[in-house]
Design a protein around this ligand. Structure first.
Ligand code: ZN
Length: 241
């Protein structure tokens, strides 16, 4: 069963709009399909994705197909960029190996989609200014955790809501200037809970929720081994790191 953690925020709109946030899918299409179904069942209308569409898992083309079919608005993460330019110097050997595997297995359409993604996106939810970046507004490779998610980041992009990914660790931190949100990772959670993570903002109630959804991890682990991807990428899925 899916479960939720709720944060109440003071921004409230008059019309009830449910907006979904995802990040770090990493070509785990099995997890993404489960998350999209869960969002649909809750009536989520618009979905934003904070990057790392691919890298790590063996379903890059299927993942892009699902994102397109659900009209998800995505930005580019460091793994998406690495698949296109082959620069993996800052990555560990397993991540680098998966990036090269992905570059050799994606369709031309998927490569074109990844290349078309912006590195950041500014948008509004019921008048609330939002800004989405993969790592931080300064650097797509920077790791922002609750400890260093301060209001200067919101000032940098003149936003009330800053959406980040990259760490694979879900949090919502309220500051005087607004909220810094990481929806957690759909494809490879790293907070000890192996279930997929995503977030919803309810504009009528002013509520952020993190939602965890179980999916068929064993199926993806088998596919990782069959694809010849590093075995550690299969093992870590069951442990949530
Ligand atoms: Zn990632």
């Amino acid at each position: 069963m899916a479960c939720t953690v709720t944060y109440i925020y003071k921004f409230q709109g008059f019309i009830d709009v449910l907006v979904g946030f995802i990040s770090d899918v990493h070509a785990n299409a099995v997890a993404l399909r489960t998350v999209l179904k869960d969002m649909e069942s809750r009536g989520v209308r618009d979905i934003y994705n904070a990057g790392d569409v691919v890298g790590y898992y063996p379903y890059p083309d299927e993942t892009v197909g699902l994102l397109k079919a659900s009209n998800v608005k995505s930005i580019q993460g460091n793994h998406d960029r690495a698949v296109l330019d082959a620069h993996t110097e800052r990555m560990n050997p397993w991540a680098s190996s998966a990036v090269h595997w992905t570059a050799n297995h994606i369709s031309a359409d998927t490569a074109g989609y990844l290349a078309s993604l912006p590195v950041s996106l500014n948008f509004q939810i019921m008048g609330m200014r939002c800004s989405m970046h993969h790592g931080s507004p300064l650097d797509p490779d920077e790791y922002i955790y609750p400890q260093n998610a301060d209001q200067d980041l919101l000032d940098l992009c003149d936003a009330k809501l800053l959406v980040l990914g990259h760490t694979h660790v879900p949090f919502a931190k309220e500051t005087e200037k607004g909220v810094v949100l990481n929806p957690g990772s759909v494809g490879q959670p790293r907070d000890g809970d192996p279930r997929s993570s995503y977030a919803i903002f309810d504009s009528e109630k002013g509520i952020f929720q993190h939602i965890r959804v179980p999916y068929d991890i064993g199926f993806v682990q088998d596919a990782v081994r069959k694809a010849g991807l590093p075995a550690s990428l299969a093992e870590r899925l069951a442990q949530g790191w």
